[in-house]
Ligand binder design. Structure first.
Ligand SMILES: Cc1ncc(COP(=O)(O)O)c(C=O)c1O
Length: 454
C-alpha cells in the first residue's frame, strides 16, 4: 500500500486542500478518482515468503482488516497531516480512541490525570471503568497548575484534556499544561473533537497525542461513528524508560519489539495499532472510513459557516429576556476570552455553546420540547443544528457533585450549531424561547452554588 503523498507539494498544503487530496493517489488504486472502499476482511499473500515477511514485519502492508485497510489509511494520513502529526490511527469510535490511547500508555497500577472539563463519557471511562482495571485517576480543576503539579506521581502516564470542552466551551491552556506535564516527563493527550484542527492544532502547543471523535465535525453528516488517534511523534519516550517501559523495552505482546526502536517516528501509534487494536479489535469499518472521508472533504467550509452561525446565535441569545447566562469563549466577560484569541486559528470560533434559562430545569425542558428546527439528540458537530440537555443525557451518569465539578447545571441547554441559514436558526430559537414560560424552579443553577462552566 502506497503511503506516499499525492505530490511533492503536499507538505505545504493548507487544511482546505489537505482534506480533499492528502494521502491518496488514484493512480495507485485502479485510477479511481474517489477513494475506493476496500470491502474485504483479508489481503492476499503473493506466496508463502510474502506472507512470512508481512508477519515478521520485514515488509509493510495490510494483512487482515482488523488492524488496517487502505480506505482507512487515506483517512489516517489526512488527519495526521491536518493535525501536523507523524501518524494516525482510525478506530471504531471516539471512545475507542480514548480507551486505546490510555490503554497503550497505562496499565494496572498506573495513574491518569484529567485536567479540564470533559465529555461525560470520557469522565465515566476514566474515573469509573479504568479504575476497575486498576488505573487510578485524579480530576484537577482547570487552570489549577498547583493541583496539577501535586497530582503527578511516578505512576502518572498521561495528562488528558479537551482543547475546547464539551459542553462547557472552555478553551484549555494547552501550552501551560503541556509545559508542566513535560517538566515531569508525562505525555499530554488532547481530545480535539470540539475544536477540530481548523480551529486549534494542539500539537503546535505542546500536546503529544491528539484524539477525535470523528463522529462529530470530521464526518459532519451524523451518519457514522468513528475515532482517530494522532501521534505527534515528538515526545521523548526514551528519556522516560521507567515511566513508559511498554514503548521502550521489548514488548512480548508483539514480537518482543521495542517500539521506540522499530517505529521511532510514532511509537505510541504503532503500539496502539499492533497491540491494542489487534488484540481488542475496535476496528473502523472500511465503509465508515469512506463516509468519514466524504464528510472530511468539506470540513474547512463547514467550520467557517458554523463559526459565523455561532456568532449570530450568541448575539441573539445574549439579549433574550428568558436567557440567564450564555457560555461560550467568544462571549464578552468569559474567563477564556483572551485564551481563545491566543489559540483559535483563522478568526473561527467553536460551534458549541450552552446557556441557562431564568426558569431553570423546567424552562429548559419547555424550550427544548418546543424546538422545531434544532434536532433533539445527543450528538455534536453535525451540519444540522442540534440541542441537548446534558444533565439528563450525556452527563446523566454523573452524580450531582460530579456535575457540579464539571460545571453543569441541571437546566443547562447545549447547542451544536450547524450550517443552516442563520435566520432560520434564530427564528427557531426565538419561538422556542417564547414557550419557555416556567418561572424559576428550585433546581440549582451555576449562579448559586455550582462551579461556573467558564
Ligand atoms: C469531546 C468528545 N470526545 C469523545 C466522544 C466520544 O466519541 P464517540 O461518540 O464517537 O465514541 C464524544 C462524544 O460525544 C465527545 O463529545
Amino acid at each position: 500500500m502506497s503511503h506516499a503523498p499525492a505530490s511533492s507539494q503536499s507538505a505545504a498544503w493548507r487544511p482546505d486542500t489537505i482534506v480533499l487530496h492528502a494521502g491518496y493517489d488514484g493512480l495507485q488504486h485502479q485510477r479511481s478518482a474517489a477513494v475506493p472502499i476496500y470491502q474485504t476482511s483479508s489481503f492476499l499473500f503473493e506466496n508463502a515468503q510474502h506472507g512470512a515477511e508481512l508477519f515478521d514485519l520485514v515488509q509493510e502492508g495490510p494483512v487482515y482488516a482488523r488492524t488496517g485497510n487502505p480506505t482507512q489509511v487515506v483517512l489516517e494520513q489526512r488527519i495526521a497531516q491536518l493535525e501536523g502529526g507523524a501518524a494516525a490511527l482510525a478506530v471504531a469510535s471516539g471512545m475507542a480512541a480514548i480507551d486505546i490511547t490510555l490503554a497503550t500508555l497505562a496499565q494496572a497500577g498506573d495513574h491518569v490525570i484529567l485536567a479540564s472539563a470533559l465529555y461525560g463519557g470520557t469522565h465515566n471511562l476514566v474515573v469509573h471503568v479504568l479504575q476497575g482495571r486498576g488505573i487510578a485517576s485524579t480530576v484537577v480543576a482547570r487552570g489549577d497548575s498547583d493541583a496539577l503539579r501535586a497530582a503527578i506521581t511516578e505512576r502518572t502516564k498521561a495528562v488528558f484534556l479537551e482543547s475546547v470542552g464539551n459542553p462547557s466551551g472552555e478553551v484549555a491552556d494547552i501550552a501551560a499544561i503541556a509545559a508542566l506535564a513535560h517538566d515531569h516527563g508525562v505525555a499530554v493527550v488532547v481530545d480535539n473533537t470540539s475544536a477540530t484542527p481548523l480551529l486549534i492544532r494542539p500539537l503546535e502547543h505542546g500536546a503529544d497525542v491528539v484524539l477525535h471523535s470523528a463522529t462529530k465535525y470530521i464526518g459532519g453528516h451524523g451518519a457514522v461513528i468513528g475515532g482517530l488517534i494522532v501521534d505527534g511523534g515528538r515526545f521523548d519516550w526514551n528519556a522516560q524508560t521507567q515511566r513508559y517501559p511498554q514503548l521502550t523495552r521489548p514488548d512480548p505482546a508483539f514480537h518482543h519489539v521495542v517500539f521506540t526502536e522499530r517505529y521511532p517516528e510514532a511509537p505510541l501509534l504503532a503500539r496502539a495499532r499492533t497491540v491494542m487494536l489487534r488484540n481488542a479489535g475496535a476496528t473502523l469499518a472500511a465503509h465508515s472510513a469512506f463516509l468519514l472521508l466524504q464528510g472530511l472533504e468539506t470540513l474547512a467550509l463547514r467550520m467557517e459557516r458554523i463559526s459565523n452561525n455561532t456568532l449570530a446565535v450568541l448575539d441573539f441569545l445574549q439579549v433574550q429576556p428568558q436567557v440567564a447566562r450564555v457560555f461560550h469563549a467568544a462571549v464578552s466577560g468569559h474567563a477564556d476570552r483572551e485564551q481563545a484569541r491566543r489559540y483559535l486559528r483563522g478568526g473561527l470560533i467553536p460551534g458549541l455553546l450552552s446557556f441557562e434559562l431564568h426558569g431553570g430545569r423546567a424552562a429548559a425542558r419547555q424550550f427544548y420540547d418546543a424546538l422545531q428546527l434544532f434536532l433533539r439528540l445527543v450528538n455534536i458537530g453535525d451540519s444540522k443544528s442540534l440541542a441537548a440537555i446534558p444533565a439528563e443525557t450525556t452527563h446523566h451518569l454523573l452524580s450531582d457533585a460530579e456535575l457540579a465539578r464539571v460545571g453543569i447545571a441541571p437546566g443547562l441547554v447545549r447547542l451544536s450549531i450547524g450550517i443552516e441559514h442563520p435566520d432560520d436558526l434564530l427564528a427557531d430559537l426565538g419561538q422556542a424561547l417564547k414557550q419557555a414560560t416556567a418561572t424559576s424552579d428550585s433546581s440549582p443553577s451555576s449562579i448559586d452554588g455550582l462551579q461556573e462552566p467558564a
